[in-house]
Design a protein around this ligand. Structure first.
Ligand code: SF4
Ligand code: FES
Length: 225
């Protein structure tokens, strides 16, 4: 049974169980997202997709909020935009490396979001005290992990736990010191990682990437010799 909702003044139809984000996307209304990925069940972690549904005390995450009868949604009023700006600015402020380095497959999700929201990013210069640098983990046979590229979107944790149910990747620490860790602080190699590669696929910043094939060949040749 279809449900009628109003998004940005347009009367639209959606199906029971669909989220605000799904109905908006089906109708060409863009809502920015960060923690969602088409393979994963949204968990509302990043708050980039917040929308105004007329509640005085809070905004709702469009990716997890189901549509309901007579729902009225604003996706881009000032309240919404300000909330998104705060979220993205916090990520920028907490980076350990230059945001230019977070490119994956020719896209830089963080800089794109910042630009959409009108945030000024001083490239080549961090905006505030960076969090501590964490060394690259490259001992896994196929996955290289660069924790400094992590923007804590949570996609890899979602993929490893809810999608694959391996439970290798998790959060550690709180607030400013939160990190994604493997096997409760061990290298990927020792963490029980099955090398499924889901983290590589879902990570938007290249914090997980595949070992280059040339390196694998080099290592095989070294072992053979
Ligand atoms: S490693 Fe990548 S996918 Fe995982 S939380 Fe960080 S940015 Fe997101
Ligand atoms: S995209 Fe909806 S909370 Fe992250």
């Amino acid at each position: 049974m279809s449900i009628e909702v109003t998004i940005n003044g347009r009367t639209l139809k959606g199906e029971r169980g669909q989220t605000i984000l799904q109905v908006a996307e089906e109708n060409g209304i863009k809502i920015p997202t960060l923690c969602t990925h088409h393979k994963l069940i949204p968990n509302g972690a990043c708050r980039v997709c917040v929308v105004d549904v007329g509640k005085a005390d809070r905004l709702e995450a469009a990716c997890t909020t189901p549509i309901s009868k007579r729902l009225v949604v604003q996706t881009n009023n000032e309240r919404v935009m300000e909330s998104r700006r705060v979220v993205v600015q916090l990520i920028l402020d907490n980076l350990a490396i230059d945001p230019d380095k977070l490119e994956k497959d020719g896209e830089n999700i963080l800089l794109d979001l910042a630009s959409e929201l009108g945030l000024k990013v001083e490239k080549g210069k961090l905006l505030s005290e960076p969090r501590k640098r964490i060394p690259e983990d490259s001992r896994n046979p196929i996955i290289i992990r660069e924790p400094d590229k992590c923007i804590l979107c949570g996609r890899c944790v979602n993929a490893c736990n809810d999608f694959r149910q391996y439970g290798v990747l998790n959060y550690e620490g709180r607030g400013y010191d939160t990190e994604v860790t493997s096997g409760f602080g061990q290298e990927l190699l020792m963490s029980g990682c099955a090398s499924c590669g889901e983290c590589i696929e879902v990570c938007p910043t290249g914090a997980f990437r595949p070992l280059e094939i040339e390196k694998v060949q080099e290592e095989i040749e070294t072992v053979i010799e």
